[in-house]
Write a protein that binds this ligand. Structure first.
Ligand code: ZN
Length: 496
């Protein structure tokens, strides 16, 4: 029998196949035992970088067996430093299907606070904090840009206790702004407030007051106003001895909250009443005289006028109208206190008194007789209602004033008009100050000033104005006189 034998050809095929299989399995086994590549991070695993700064990636290095394969590293991301945020970079390398990777975290952050810039000076000095007008501030941020509109203002204040600014207040204004990364920028302005202006003291009444010897001095006080502290208290010091002639100083002081002080002094002159010029006594030529005259009384108001005249030791003249029985004591008082009791008219009815010269004169005779009977006083001084210059009489009798001026002189009467008008007849109750002002402005030195006033019942402000009028004139050296025939007459121009 023939034995089958492997031929050499067949054997070669087997060897090839076997070798192939061995190589295949061996390769696989070999592959399975191949080590992974190694990758190492260069630099730190976490890094922080400022926005807009240049970031240099330190990268990574990789090895496989003995080989440097760093150039095969692939990184996942680049860091954009213009955008704050958290970036994670993956560095990876791959060899024979084997991978290795490392990571790095990079934070792009904005750590720069905005820059706040003051508009205007960083230090100001003021007298009053209410004068502070905030000039504001601008803000610029490296990342957010212009933040001026987001600037907020706060302030603190503290009293300055020591040093040259003691008493003042220091205000610290802080302008702050926050950027989108939470960084705060700020700037401060110092405002030093110190009131250096003293209060202003305003006296009530005159700066110079004249008090008659023995009469009480009435303190009128003063008010003080400070631009910062407002109304402040006034202390009054100094005393006036009205029993001793002389000049006294009353001192008014005021202090504001900042300690600024002001002082005003009022001069008080205590004088003997001026030597009274009695009726009929001659006057010094060129002397300065005031003759106060009161028309249209008597009335209850006459008492108030007499009281003031008595207090100031001043003699005056009362031009009266017809009166009642009950008013006789008032007339007696006028006479007894040394005033001139003079005749205005029987009535104030123009249509009755100016119908003729006789009509007026008959009224005068009646009044003169009545006054003589009731008081024992012989009245010779006259004042025509409306004054000698009146034109109202034209409607009742042409030329009556011309005739009356002549006739009264012939019959031994003296009439007076006036050259200073107190204005108390400009309305029923003109203010006291109005009367004082009119008389003060009307007086002239070196003449007889005949002052028109009224003591009819409604003229209640007239006696109120008298003290100031008298004190002012006395302080200016005027002598008060009652009218008489020896006083140079004051006449208006006659118009009828
Ligand atoms: Zn009158």
């Amino acid at each position: 029998m023939r034995q089958k034998k492997k031929t050499p050809k067949k054997q070669a095929v087997e060897i090839v196949v076997l070798s192939f299989l061995i190589a295949l399995f061996g390769g696989a086994i070999l592959l399975m035992t191949v080590p992974s590549p190694q990758i190492l991070l260069e630099g730190k695993p976490t890094e922080r970088v400022d926005v807009f700064a240049t970031y240099t990636d330190a990268g990574a290095s990789a090895r496989f067996l003995f080989f440097d394969i760093s150039d095969r590293i692939v990184s996942s991301e680049t860091v954009d430093t213009s955008r704050p945020g958290r970036y994670q970079i993956r560095y990876a390398v791959s060899v024979f299907l084997k991978d290795a990777a490392v990571f790095r975290t990079v934070e792009v952050v904005d750590r720069t606070p905005p820059v706040v810039t003051l508009v205007g000076d960083s230090e100001l000095r003021l007298e009053d904090i209410r004068d502070f007008s905030d000039p504001g501030a601008t803000a610029q941020d490296n990342y957010d840009g212009d933040l001026s509109s987001s600037v907020t203002l706060s302030h603190t204040e503290k009293k300055i206790e020591k040093g040259e600014d003691a008493g003042g207040t220091e205000y610290t204004y802080t302008y702050s702004v926050l950027d989108s990364s939470g960084n705060t920028g700020f700037a401060t302005r110092r405002v030093l407030v110190l009131d250096k202006t003293p209060p202003v003291i305003t006296l009530r009444g005159e700066e110079t007051v004249t008090v008659m010897l023995g009469q009480p001095y009435e303190e009128q006080g003063a008010a003080a106003e400070d631009a910062v502290s407002g109304e402040v208290e006034v202390s009054v010091s100094g005393s006036v001895d009205t029993g001793t002639e002389g000049e006294y100083a009353v001192r008014y002081t005021a202090e504001d909250e900042a300690g600024n002080t002001a002082e005003v002094i009022r001069k008080v002159r205590v004088k003997k009443p001026l030597p009274a010029v009695s009726q009929g006594q001659p006057l010094t030529p060129g002397g300065s005289y005031v003759a106060l005259t009161f028309d249209d009384g008597p009335s209850g108001n006459t008492t108030a006028v007499l009281d003031v005249l008595q207090k100031y030791g001043v003699k005056a003249t009362f031009f009266i109208l017809n009166y009642s029985e009950s008013q006789i004591p008032l007339l007696k008082r006028i006479v007894n206190e040394g005033h001139t009791l003079a005749i205005h008219s029987y009535s104030h009815d123009y249509s009755a008194i100016y119908t003729s010269a006789d009509a007026y004169m008959n009224g005068v005779y009646t009044m003169r007789d009545k006054i003589l009977r009731d008081t024992g006083y012989s009245a010779t001084i006259l004042r025509f209602p409306g004054g000698s210059s009146n034109t109202v009489s034209r409607s009742y009798c042409s030329g009556v004033m011309t005739r009356l001026a002549k006739r009264t002189a012939e019959e031994g009467y003296t009439y007076f008009d006036w050259n200073v008008d107190s204005g108390d007849a400009d309305g029923n109750c003109m203010s006291k100050d109005y009367l004082v002002k009119n008389v003060k402005n009307g007086l002239r030195q070196g003449r007889v000033n005949v002052v028109l006033m009224h003591d009819a019942a409604p003229k209640t402000t007239t006696p109120q104005a008298l003290p100031e009028i008298i004190a002012d004139a006395q302080a200016k050296g005027y002598t008060f006189i009652p009218l008489s025939s020896s006083v140079p007459p004051v006449h208006h121009g006659i118009n009828n």
